[in-house]
Ligand binder design. Structure first.
Ligand SMILES: CSCCC(=O)/C(O)=C/O
Ligand SMILES: [Fe+2]
Length: 186
C-alpha cells in the first residue's frame, strides 16, 4: 500500500526516506484533501485489461501513453534528468504515472508549504494536479519503470518554482481553497 509522510528538513541523500522524528504518516484520503493528489491501485502485470485503469482512461480522456524507465542504463542524460526531476516545479497539466516496476518518491507541497513524500511501488497510479509544486526522486534502488498518460499531445515541460503567476498555479490554489480541506482548520 502506498505510504505518505511529512518530510524532515535534512539535506542528506535525497533517495533516503527523510522521515521526521517521530515519523508523521498521512492517510491517502488526507493527502487528497490537503493537495488534490489522487491515488489508485492497478494490476501492473496486466494493466491493459485493468477495469479501473480503463475506466480512468475513458472518463478522463487519456489519449496518449508511453513508458519511461529511470535507471542509469536506460535513461539518456541520466544525471541531468534526475536533477531536473528533483528541482521543485509544476506543470500546466496533470502528471499521471502508473508504476510498472521499481520504486521512487514523489514529493508534493501541501497548503502550508510542507513537503509530503509519497512512496510509490509497482501497481501504484498517482495523479498529481496541474499547478502543484512537486518533485521526483529515485530511492536507493535507483530504478523505476512507469507508464505516462496524457490528454492530447503530451507536454512534459517543468516550470520551476517560482511560477506563482501562471494560470495553472492560480487555478490550483483556487481549487485548494474551494474543495480540499486543510485538516488543521477542519
Ligand atoms: C517517474 S517519471 C519521471 C518524473 C517526471 O516525469 C516528473 O515530471 C516528475 O515530477
Ligand atoms: Fe513533474
Amino acid at each position: 500500500m502506498v505510504q505518505v509522510w511529512f518530510m524532515d528538513d535534512s539535506k542528506t541523500d535525497q533517495r533516503l526516506d527523510h522521515h521526521r522524528s517521530p515519523p508523521a504518516f498521512l492517510e491517502i484520503s488526507e493527502l487528497h484533501k490537503k493537495t488534490g493528489v489522487e491515488y489508485y491501485k492497478i494490476n501492473a502485470d496486466d494493466y491493459q485489461n485493468d477495469p479501473l485503469l480503463n475506466e480512468l482512461r475513458a472518463k478522463r480522456g487519456y489519449t496518449y501513453e508511453d513508458q519511461i524507465t529511470c535507471s542509469e542504463e536506460c535513461l539518456p542524460d541520466y544525471a541531468n534528468k534526475l536533477k531536473a526531476f528533483f528541482t521543485e516545479h509544476l506543470h500546466t497539466d496533470e502528471e499521471i504515472r502508473l508504476i510498472l516496476d521499481g520504486s521512487g518518491f514523489f514529493d508534493v507541497r501541501d497548503g502550508d508549504d510542507n513537503w509530503l513524500r509519497i512512496k510509490v511501488v509497482k501497481g501504484d497510479l498517482i495523479i498529481i494536479p496541474a499547478g502543484i509544486y512537486h518533485r521526483f526522486t529515485l530511492d536507493i534502488n535507483n530504478f523505476i519503470q512507469t507508464r505516462r498518460y496524457f490528454i492530447g499531445e503530451p507536454v512534459w515541460a517543468p516550470h520551476n518554482r517560482p511560477a506563482d503567476n501562471m494560470d495553472c498555479r492560480k487555478t490550483y490554489l483556487q481549487h485548494l481553497s474551494e474543495s480540499f480541506v486543510h485538516l488543521n482548520k477542519a
